[in-house]
Ligand binder design. Structure first.
Ligand code: WT7
Length: 664
């Protein structure tokens, strides 16, 4: 772990402050900084009592817990461990018999604009029926089910149905390759796959089931018995007799009632794979009780949710944001939410704004990369500018996935929020389960580019490499000092890696987030300065540099060596830049272009299109120290197009720098 120098160097000078209006403060659930401070004080005074109160008030337990936090086997913390609950019952059944039962739970807008609505009562029936179908096919409590679905109501139904019977789901984003799916089926020992024949994106029909077939054909998926196929489109797909069933076939004759299976609070609700510093993705394992508590609480606190809100989180269910703020949080909180199948630029780049108007969306939650690309589009074409849509229904905006640059923040504030909507810049991770550092819309004065302050009960801090607190104004390593209910429980199949990755010894048992951060000297506000490990953030998606390197060198007929680094990019935040040494002589001109494309397609096949390097540079060699270590900091400078100012005296082959800087 190295100190995040960028954090120390660039203490952002941002003087603009946007406090919430009096009216917003008055109406908010957490009202003003006094409201926030009171909750923080409660957590500080009686940490366990605070969490126990929230858990009793916000979760329906079929068996109440008597013990709040068990630290005896740290860092394998347990929360509410002797309590029992069901996550699906907490999202659906809890609303039955209340006015929410006939409220729209999901308003689905398809790629082609067709709208489908489903009430809580109807959703419960759909989930129950699918849960029965799973049971009828021998899927039981504790089994793992891989979900590879498009953004649809059925995607949420699949997740909720697993939760209902106590099966642990592992959702894989529809953009990942057959190889990635294959690895995840085997690592989790999945007994079933839930997928769709195709997905619709931007008017195109893209195969999903064919990728599952390809993954299963790779062999070794010995645990797998069933594949359930949702027919999203009329196009036929290959079906293997005995193994594959359409949703219609699986659901035939199944009752729409299914008693939720009570599970212990620590029962794994899901596994979600994410990139780390090695080539192998980590299966982040989450609990049921603590996770669900925080999904619900953060809906109430961060989004100040009200009964009449129309909530829209644009994230795909394949990412943690789509788990917590699509599949679980909004339902647990009884919200009406929008789910969108398509892409923000189809049929034009005004789609988001038009949808906000069409559905009178009140809370809109998206990623900086989407905002930046829509700024570009709006600047190029007045017809897709947010000003062309009536956005007056909006009351709160959110940002997630990567740092939002102050320029994009200001544009979002002015052009989407009409200068009236607070922006919650929510910092969190797959591992944190839900928000950890974020403004509260009716309390926190906002500073563009800052995720401001930790939520009550979250003991976030910035420390040096020995775990000592650093003063405000100096950069350091972001940690969370005490456990919290929605934290990662372990890495599936790899508890040692869990300990090593998140609780390194020198950090005094603190949770290591993997980001650098700095707190402002005046307010103590947090600003995230980026990852301190070998993980890139491309369009808000985490990509391990080692993962991409492994993919490149696995093309053994062509590639001798590869090093991958990130460089800043206006739209995607970071862009992937690969330096490649071929087994043949260094290509130039057209040949270089053609091989670069071949390698990009190779990476798309190995990992998924999201991992394709934007730049590929070829060299006769890579810059190495005399002991053979690749000097990545030099590669980072070259990728950025910067002059090399670092010390290169330990470099064995300095001439290589000029060569790499010239090629593209
Ligand atoms: C990494 C986690 C959490 C949902 C989506 C990403 C970066 C996330 C912010 C933010 C600055 C952010 C961090 C973090 N990140 N939100 N508001 N400001 N950086 O989840 O794939 O697990 O990635 O995303 O680097 O460590 P993830």
């Amino acid at each position: 772990m190295s100190a995040p120098t960028s954090a120390i160097e660039s203490v952002l000078v941002e003087n603009r402050v946007f406090p919430p209006s009096d009216a917003i403060v008055k109406a908010a659930r957490v009202s003003g900084m006094a409201g926030y401070d009171a909750l923080c004080a409660e957590a500080e005074k009686d940490f366990e009592g605070f969490w126990a109160r929230l858990a009793r008030e916000n979760v329906q337990w079929s068996k109440p817990f008597t013990r709040t936090l068990d630290e005896s086997n740290a860092p394998f913390y347990q929360w509410f461990a002797d309590g029992e609950l069901n996550a699906s019952a907490n999202c659906l059944d809890r609303h039955i018999g209340t006015p929410t039962e006939n409220k729209t739970a999901i308003l689905f807008e398809a790629d082609d604009g067709a709208v489908t609505k489903i009430t809580y009562k109807e959703l419960l029936a759909r989930v129950s029926q699918f849960a029965n179908a799973l049971k009828a096919h021998g899927v039981n409590k504790g089994d793992r089910v891989l979900i590879y679905m498009p953004m649809t109501i059925e995607g949420v139904v699949a997740m909720q149905a697993c939760a209902r019977i106590g099966a642990t789901h592992s959702v894989v984003f529809g953009g990942f390759s057959a190889k990635a799916v294959h690895e995840r089926i085997i690592d989790a020992g999945a007994v079933a796959v839930i997928t769709a024949n195709y997905q619709m994106r931007g008017g195109k029909e893209l195969p999903l089931k064919a990728i599952i077939d390809e993954a299963l054909a790779m062999g070794g998926c010995d645990t797998l018995r069933n594949v359930f196929v949702y027919q999203r489109t009329a196009t036929a797909c290959n079906m293997v007799a005995g193994r594959d069933k359409t949703f219609a076939e699986a659901l035939a004759g199944q009752s729409t009632e299914c008693a939720p299976v009570a599970v212990g609070a620590e029962h794994p609700l899901f596994i979600l794979y994410t990139s780390g510093s090695t080539g192998k993705p980590k299966g982040v394992q989450h609990s049921t009780g603590g996770y669900l508590l925080w999904a619900k609480m953060t809906m109430d606190w961060t989004f100040d949710l009200r009964a009449d809100d129309v909530f829209w989180c644009t994230a795909d269910i394949g990412w943690i944001t789509g788990h917590t703020y699509v599949a679980y949080g909004p339902l647990a909180a009884g919200a009406t939410q929008i789910i969108f199948e398509g892409i923000p630029t189809f049929p034009n780049a005004g789609r988001f704004w038009q949808m906000i108007e069409r559905h009178k969306c009140t809370i809109f939650y998206t990623a900086p990369t989407a905002i930046r690309s829509l700024i570009k589009a709006a600047e190029a074409d007045e017809a897709v500018h947010p000003a062309r849509s009536d956005l007056s229904s909006l009351r709160i905006l959110g940002s997630v996935g990567e740092p939002i640059n102050p320029e994009a923040w200001m544009w979002y504030h002015k052009n989407v929020g009409g200068e009236r909507c607070p922006i919650v810049d929510t910092f969190w991770q797959t591992e944190t389960g839900g928000h950890v550092i974020t403004p509260l819309p009716g309390a926190t004065p906002l500073v563009p580019g800052s995720c401001t302050l930790p939520l009550p009960g979250i003991t976030a801090a910035i420390v040096d490499e020995m775990g000592n607190d650093v003063p405000n104004g100096s950069g350091g390593i972001l940690v969370i000092k005490r456990p919290w209910p929605s934290m990662i429980r372990t890495i599936w199949n790899d508890p040692e890696r869990f300990k090593k990755s998140y609780f390194p010894e020198e950090l005094k048992g603190y949770y290591l987030a993997g980001d650098g951060a700095v707190r402002s000297a005046d307010r103590g506000y947090f600003r995230i300065t980026g990852r301190i490990d070998d993980v890139l953030n491309v369009s808000g998606h985490r990509m391990g540099t080692m993962e991409i390197e492994s993919a490149l060198v696995s093309k053994t007929d062509l590639v001798a060596e590869a090093a991958v680094v990130g460089r800043p990019d206006d739209v995607t935040g970071e862009a992937i830049c690969a330096f490649v040494v071929l087994k043949r002589s260094r290509p130039t001109g057209e040949e270089a272009k053609q091989i670069a494309n071949e390698l990009r397609n190779w990476v798309a096949k190995e990992i998924g299109p999201i991992a394709k390097p934007k730049d590929i540079r070829f060299g006769d060699n890579l810059p190495k120290t005399r002991s053979g270590k690749i000097m990545r900091r030099l590669l980072r400078s070259i990728a950025k197009g910067e002059a090399i100012t670092q010390d290169t005296s330990t470099l064995e082959n300095p001439a290589i720098l000029d060569q790499l800087a010239q090629t593209n």
